[in-house]
Design a protein around this ligand. Structure first.
Ligand SMILES: Cc1cc2nc3c(=O)[nH]c(=O)nc-3n(C[C@H](O)[C@H](O)[C@H](O)COP(=O)(O)OP(=O)(O)OC[C@H]3O[C@@H](n4cnc5c(N)ncnc54)[C@H](O)[C@@H]3O)c2cc1C
Length: 393
């Protein structure tokens, strides 16, 4: 019998598995992909803070970024730049391989090509049913299970946790972009209503182009690629695209007796952008600490594991709450309001003040939202938008 079964070897599952194995906990990881470095529908932009905190090897990084170009719906450009790199563009499949390798070296047992089809809990443990390729289903027993299977609600729902409270759809394509030097972000109803489109240089004249929307994702992507080539950002081409759900808000409860939900499966993401690698791995560390202590105390009850909920919400709860408010507010903005806010930010130099401020960082959007609201002009515009919205509710 294993101590803990981990469902999914994304960054969160592998970080968690490594932590558990390092504590001497007998850990098995099931991953439905055949290889750890298979393609992932994710852009892989993370902060330098993340890279340094987790000691991510420079070999996994395509490039660092200290600037970005943000385009308003009408095409006005806001160029932001800092002296030092703020973000890194990771080779996402390589990150999965890198984190998985560490977990294996620490003693975790990795079972690739192993699709978990069912999880059942009883008084003495958890039964995980796994299918390898077209082979028969095998059932493995563990004392506890960590659901790190990414976006989706199959296991969270069957285990009684319900679904993540909000999500959208992401789409991405690898494109040729020989002239592209920095990250480009595109705003507006025609590109990605309520969200944004991106063009992110990776390596060897290539880039990732993608966007997030709530509806008609394929149609928006087609238009977006068309716009990028019409405006000369990329040569005309017809790349293959991939889709994946993007969690935007956490599920209410992430633990029960013998069960923990971590990462995208739990909606532990930045609600404004849907970026989830950093927050998910932070939560993996917290979960591993709580579960390690629970094993030591031989107490896998819901009360004992609820410390995981408590601790990760202490670390990220406010950030996610404010970020989600920012997300809902941004989704209400028409193109006209985006242009107005943009003009106010640029003409009054708010962008320069924010860039000069140390606590405005790539990951912590809550503090950016709160800082913006301290400007009377911005607060006035927000009031003007929020009040009619309230009346129309
Ligand atoms: C288009 C797009 C762009 C994004 N860009 C960024 C970005 O730039 N930066 C950022 O931080 N985040 C980004 N994200 C979000 C990011 O991809 C996720 O937050 C992150 O991958 C979450 O990690 P995870 O380990 O929780 O889940 P995942 O990375 O999804 O890993 C889950 C793993 O579980 C496996 N699995 C699933 N079901 C089963 C099963 N039944 N049995 C066995 N294995 C299973 C999967 O194969 C997968 O390997 C993006 C998302 C999308 C869709």
């Amino acid at each position: 019998m294993f101590d803990v079964a981990v469902i999914g070897a994304g960054p969160v599952g592998s970080r968690f598995a490594r932590n558990m194995a390092e504590q001497g906990v007998k850990t098995v990881v099931f991953e439905k992909k055949k290889r750890l470095d298979e393609a992932v529908c994710c852009t892989g932009i993370v902060s330098r803070e993340f890279v340094e905190k987790y000691g991510i090897s420079e070999d996994v990084i395509y490039r660092n970024a200290n600037s970005a170009s943000i385009f308003t719906p009408s095409g006005k450009l806001l160029h932001i730049e800092r002296d030092k790199p703020q973000a890194a563009v990771l080779n996402r499949p390589a990150l999965n391989e890198y984190l998985g390798r560490y977990a294996i070296q620490s003693g975790a047992d990795y079972r690739m090509n192993s699709n978990v089809v069912n999880i059942e809990k009883d008084a003495r443990g958890v039964s995980v049913s796994v299918q390898s390729g077209h082979g028969p289903t095998e059932t493995i027993r563990a004392k506890a299970v960590a659901i790190t299977s990414g976006f989706g609600y199959r296991f969270t729902e069957s285990a009684g946790f319900g679904r993540i409270r909000d999500f959208a759809m992401g789409v991405q394509a690898e494109v040729e972009a020989p002239e592209l030097k920095e990250v480009h972000v595109f705003l507006g109803e025609k590109t990605a209503p309520g969200f944004f489109g991106w063009l992110v240089p990776t390596a060897s004249g290539r880039a990732l182009a993608g966007l997030i929307t709530r509806t008609k994702t394929a149609g928006f992507m087609k238009e977006f690629l068309e716009m990028l080539s019409n405006r000369g950002f990329i040569p005309r081409q017809e790349p293959s695209v991939s889709y994946a759900g993007v969690a935007l808000r956490d599920i209410q409860r992430t633990s029960a007796s013998r069960v923990m939900i971590i990462g995208s499966a739990a909606g532990q993401v930045k609600p404004l952008t849907g970026g989830g690698v950093y927050f998910g791995m932070m939560c993996a560390d917290i979960a591993a600490q709580v579960l390690g202590q629970a094993f030591q105390a031989d107490d896998l009850t819901s009360k004992s594991l609820a410390n995981y909920d408590k601790e990760w919400k202490k670390a990220l709860g406010k950030e996610i709450k404010v970020g989600y408010w920012g997300r809902r507010f941004y989704e209400q903005l028409s193109d006209r309001y985006i242009e107005t806010l943009f003009d106010v930010v640029v003409t009054s130099g708010i962008n320069r003040t924010l860039l000069a401020s140390d606590d405005v960082t790539f990951d912590w959007h809550g503090s950016i939202v709160l800082k913006l609201l301290r400007y009377q002009t911005i607060a006035g515009i927000v009031q003007a938008i929020v009040n009619p919205l309230k009346k129309n509710k």
